[in-house]
Design a protein around this ligand. Sequence first.
Ligand code: BJ8
Length: 432
Amino acid sequence: MMTDTNHRPMWEDLGLDIEGHDQLLSVLGQAYGETYLSQANRPKAMGYLDFVLSEIHGLRIRELLDARRAGRKVIGTFCLYVPEEIILAADGVCVGLCAGADIGTAHAEQIVPRNTCALIKSFVGFKLARLCPYLEACDLVIGETTCDGKKKAYELFNELTETFVIETPQMKSPSDRSLWRSEIARLTERIERLTGRKITADRLRQAIATVNAKRRVLHRLNSLRAADPAPISGRDALLINQVQFYDDPVRFTEKMNALCDELDERVAGGAGVTPPGTPRLLISGCPMAAPNWKLPFLIEKSGAVIVGEESCVGERGTRNLVAQEGETREELLDHIAERYLDIDCACFTPNAERLEHVVEMARRYRADGVIHYALHFCTPYTMEAHKVEQTLDGAGIPLLKLETDYSMEDVSQLETRIQAFLEMLPAERSRG
Ligand code: BJ8
C-alpha cells in the first residue's frame, strides 16, 4: 500500500526526501491496516476511501500537478476560517494540509519550542523534513491569526514557503465583523492576483453551490449516524471528514452520496456496524488532522462507537452553509464572511455557541457520554475544557477529558482511562 514505485520520479521532482518519505508511507500503511482494514462489517462504499488513501501521495498529487500544468494554482490551508469558495471561484485547487503525524517533530523542534502543540510541530516538521507532497505542490499557503502558536509559526513558515496570513478576529462584535469582511476582501484580491482570474459573482455562486453540496452530504452522513445501532464506525466517519479537505469536492460529494445510500439501507434494516447497546460517544475538541487516528482507534477498540465529532474535522467545519442568494460579488462575499465567522473555534472569546453545540450534538446523536480531546499545549481548547465540563455537568452528560499528542507513549494510559469511563457510563442509557 502507498508504495507505488511509479510515483517515485514525481516525488523526486517535488524535492521530497525519498528515504524519509518511504518510511512515512510504510508507517502510514501499517497504521491504516490496523486502524481501518481490520474493522469488521464496514460499508462497501468505504472502498473508495481505501483507494483514496492507497493513493494519498500518488494519484491525487498527480491530479494537482496536472492542474498546475493546465495553468491552475494549488493553494494550501490549515484552518476552517479560510474560505474554500474563494479559491474555487478563481479556478484554484484548495488543499487542506494535514498536520496529524509526528514524523517531522525533531526537525520542527529546531525552530519552534518543544511546548508547541503537535499540530503545529507537524506542519512545520513536514516542511523542514520535505515529507509532504501536498505542501511541495502548493503555489501558496494561506495562514490565519487564530491561536498564538499558529500565527507565530506562520512567520517562520513564510521563510520556508510563501504564506499569506489573514487576520481572524478574536471576538464577534460589529467592529470584528467589519475587520473580518475587509480580510475576506484582501484574501480575494490576493487569490485573484495569484491565479490571474477575476472572481465574478457567477463563479462565486457556483463555488458556493459546490462547497454547500459537499457540506450537505456530510450532514446526510451525520444524520444517519444518529441511528441506533450506528451504521458506520467513528473511525470511518473521521476518515471521510479528513479526506474532504483534499479530495476533489464534486467527486467526493458523489461518492459520499453513494455511501449514504448504502447506510440508508443499513438503517432501514436495523443493521449497525456494532451490536445494539454498544456505548455511543461524542468527541469534542481539537481537530484530528490526517493521519491522526490514535484516539478513535483506542475508543472503538475499547468497545464503544463514536457517533459524532464536535471538531473542525467534523461538524464544526461543516455545520453552516453559505447563503446562495445575492446578485453581486460583494453580496456573496458578505455571505461568505458571515458564514465563516459563525464557526465556534475556541480561539474566540466568549465562545458560548460551542458549549450549546456540544450539548445539542450529544443529544441529537444519542451519545452516552462525551470525550473532550485536546492536544498538549493547546491553550484555547485545554482552557475551554473547563467550561465544557461545567456545561455537560449541568446537562447530566458524562464527560472524560483527555490531553494527548501524536506519540504512542501514552496509549496504554489512555486505554485504561477510556475503559474506566465506559464502565462508569449508566448501564440503563436514556436516549433521545
Ligand atoms: S478553526 S481549531 S483549524 S484554529 S491545536 S494550532 S488551536 S494550539 S487547530 Fe484550529 Fe482553525 Fe480553530 Fe479549527 Fe492552536 Fe490548539 Fe494547536 Fe490548533
